[in-house]
Design a protein around this ligand. Structure first.
Ligand code: CIR
Length: 265
């Protein structure tokens, strides 16, 4: 059985680049304001730290506007890392940029064959299964390569098809504990996760479905008060993190870090 999927003691983040004003966004709600983006990123790092995680910060990479979203070019576990192939043309080069950082921290770093695409935002790790969602960023070929790499790490991968209009699998769902997911209603109706319990985010708070469980705490987007109440009522410890500028780039909590539990504890 895999190690706990929400107990982490290490995380890697990348500082936002000034070029983030040119970051990808499906619906243009304006460019993020860089000072605000940096402040939100710093508060996110603080939140991870308060939750008991040692966070290492990589320098901003101006060559890649979306490079602060380090979860997309890599997938990490205590036992090893997998270098992914982000499916947006402007982001594919982020993989090569993060490779030395993975090699410096993991004894095992697997790479995928150079066909197809697989994006970390499409990967949801549960204790028994690593779900890989097909999307505009992850195709069948990339997903199949990822399943093979996961097998080499002793993990079971399963490819799923999320509902239309979901940027990344984890845009619309996240892990709350070993048996429970937080999902949007559309994701609930798609019924992709056999054997997992689900809590559905209240209508109008769909963005809160990208929560992040870190040790004893569930981080959620600030302003999702009904989701906070729902989680609080279900017994979770909730911490809100401001994400207004981050959300202008279609991003949320999970994509701003790579997290793992080091084997040395
Ligand atoms: C992008 O479209 O690639 C970025 N602007 C946002 C990526 C967010 N990543 C994620 O949800 N895993």
């Amino acid at each position: 059985m895999a190690a706990s999927v929400f107990e982490f003691d290490r995380a890697l983040v990348r500082e936002p680049a000034e070029s983030a004003v040119n970051g990808l966004r499906a619906v243009d709600r304006g460019a993020p304001e860089i000072a605000g983006l940096k402040a939100e990123h710093a508060a996110y790092v603080d939140a991870l730290t308060v939750c008991g995680v040692t966070v290492e910060r990589l320098a901003a990479d101006e060559a890649f506007a979306d490079s602060m979203f380090v979860e997309d070019p890599a997938l990490v576990f205590g036992e090893g890392a997998i270098l992914l192939r982000p499916g947006a043309a402007s982001r594919l080069g982020e993989a090569a940029a993060i490779l030395p950082e993975l090699r410096a921290r993991f004894a095992t770093v697997l790479t995928l064959p150079e066909t197809g695409f697989a994006d970390g935002g499409d990967v949801l790790v549960t204790p028994d299964t690593v779900y890989i969602g097909l999307s505009a960023r992850t195709d069948e070929t990339g997903a199949e390569h990822l399943v093979a790499a996961l097998r080499d790490l002793g993990r079971n991968g399963e490819i799923v098809t999320p509902p239309e209009g979901v940027l990344h699998l984890k845009t619309a769902c996240s892990l709350l504990d070993a048996e429970t997911l937080l999902v949007t209603e559309a994701m609930q109706n798609a019924d992709l996760f056999a054997g997992m319990r689900t809590l559905v985010v209240p209508d109008g708070e769909e963005a809160a479905a990208n929560a992040l469980r870190v040790n004893d705490t569930v981080l959620i987007a600030k302003g999702s008060s009904r989701t906070a109440e729902l989680l609080d009522g279900a017994g979770y410890t909730v911490r809100e993190v401001a994400l207004d500028e981050v959300m202008k780039l279609d991003a949320g909590l999970s994509c701003m870090s790579l997290r793992w539990r080091s084997e040395r504890r």
